[in-house]
Design a binder for this molecule. Structure first.
Ligand SMILES: C=C(O[C@H]1C=CC=C(C(=O)O)[C@@H]1O)C(=O)O
Length: 373
């Protein structure tokens, strides 16, 4: 994908600091940027995923909804495909980049922990998580963390988006900005719900190994296989509740940038598409980002992770009950603020997990975004 000329880059970079809500995204194995933009007003906010039933637009939903992290839906006043059409539409609304009014940022102070402090916090959280797993209170818990760095000199969100598109053909790449959520750039390998009419698709994705140079490792440990099997078992139940003619393919090894995962595809049929919000509510958060049993694991994470996941491990993508839906889990993502960039990553913990290897895995996952800075 080619980076558009500098005044378009400047326009996008200003949009990412404005009161306008928009999402620029690119689906896996395509080279087509798609822009969804709401011309006026704030993106609609919801308290519950089921309120998305029958709605159309670009969704950004948090892991855990709060007052400050609503589920937002960008109204598709403009939907443009390919740079030519995107540029035409944008230049029509904003003839000059300076026509985009920049909003004042919110983060005045940079808060950054040293790498040693980050690792220590992770080890403490790991100890809190492993205890109830070993006592068999939980079968699986996903422990995640964040890490902050200053925004590099001359950083351009649009240039980062294009670099991610060129580096990660298999992933869904997004640059999403709304005043309510802030600006997020991500490169996710995990579909939560995609499809149209009667044909629908979701995946069970878990288990991680680093790539071995350019070759794909395929020898999976028992821990990785179990961790992914838990997700499959859960997805199977959810899908059966809503769909019929369920077919399952996998688990197989799937590459995601510099790591690989175990993946199972679930294809199924839906009688009608008016209740996609209910289906999302049932699926989210899957044990790929939360744990089992679901509700106690969710509550445990909120109490014991000791940081705010915000929109990381939530839902991101295009929702269109009467058309083609492409919704993903918001993984391998970063939040862009005035002065700082926050990376997020997590991993599934089982009773047999070892803190050092799990820490290393979160580093590899965070590198997906670090590599494009
Ligand atoms: C929670 C993340 O990844 C999920 C998806 C694939 C593999 C995972 C794992 O091996 O733990 C996670 O379940 C993340 O990237 O932050």
């Amino acid at each position: 994908m080619i980076l558009p000329e500098s005044h378009i880059q400047k326009l996008f970079d200003r949009l990412a600091q404005s009161a306008t809500s928009f999402a620029l995204y690119r689906l896996p194995w395509t080279d087509e940027p798609i822009l969804v933009l709401q011309k006026e007003g704030e993106a609609e906010a919801f308290d519950d995923l089921s309120e998305l039933n029958g709605k159309k637009g670009f969704v950004l939903a948090p892991f855990h909804r709060t007052e400050s992290h609503p589920i937002v839906l960008i109204r598709p006043d403009i939907v443009a495909h390919e740079w030519e059409q995107i540029i035409q539409e944008l230049c029509h609304i904003f003839p000059q980049a300076s026509d985009v009014a920049i909003q004042n940022g919110t983060d005045s102070a940079i808060c950054m922990d040293t790498p040693e402090e980050n690792k220590q916090h992770y080890e403490e959280a790991f100890a809190r998580f492993i205890a109830p797993l070993q006592q068999k209170t939980f079968k699986k818990l996903v422990l995640s963390r964040h890490c902050t760095q200053p925004v590099p000199e001359g950083f351009s969100p649009l240039a980062a988006f294009v670099r991610a598109c060129n580096s990660y053909p298999r992933m869904m790449i997004s640059l999403c900005h709304t005043p309510q959520t802030g600006t997020w750039i991500g490169s996710t390998p995990e579909i939560i719900l995609s499809g149209q009419e009667k044909l629908w698709h979701t995946v069970s994705l878990a288990g991680t190994m680093p790539m071995q140079g350019e070759s794909i490792p395929t020898e999976w440990s028992t821990k990785n296989q179990e961790e992914q099997a838990f997700v499959s078992e859960y997805i199977r139940k959810c899908v059966k509740q809503f769909g019929s003619q369920v077919t399952e393919k996998g688990p197989y090894t799937a590459r995601a940038g510099h790591v690989v995962h175990l993946k199972t595809d679930f294809h199924f049929s839906l009688k009608e598409t008016g209740h996609l919000g209910d289906l999302l509510k049932t699926l989210h958060p899957t044990p790929a980002v939360c744990g089992l049993p679901k509700q106690p694991a969710y509550d445990f994470i909120l109490e014991n992770e000791h940081y705010d996941r915000s929109y990381y491990s939530g839902i991101i993508g295009w929702l269109e009950p009467e058309g083609h839906t492409t919704l993903y889990v918001n993984l391998r993502c970063m939040k862009i603020e005035d002065k700082q960039i926050t990376f997020y990553a997590g991993g599934g913990i089982l009773p047999s997990s070892v803190a050092d290897s799990e820490w290393e895995e979160t580093q590899q996952k965070m590198n997906t975004m670090r590599h494009i800075l």
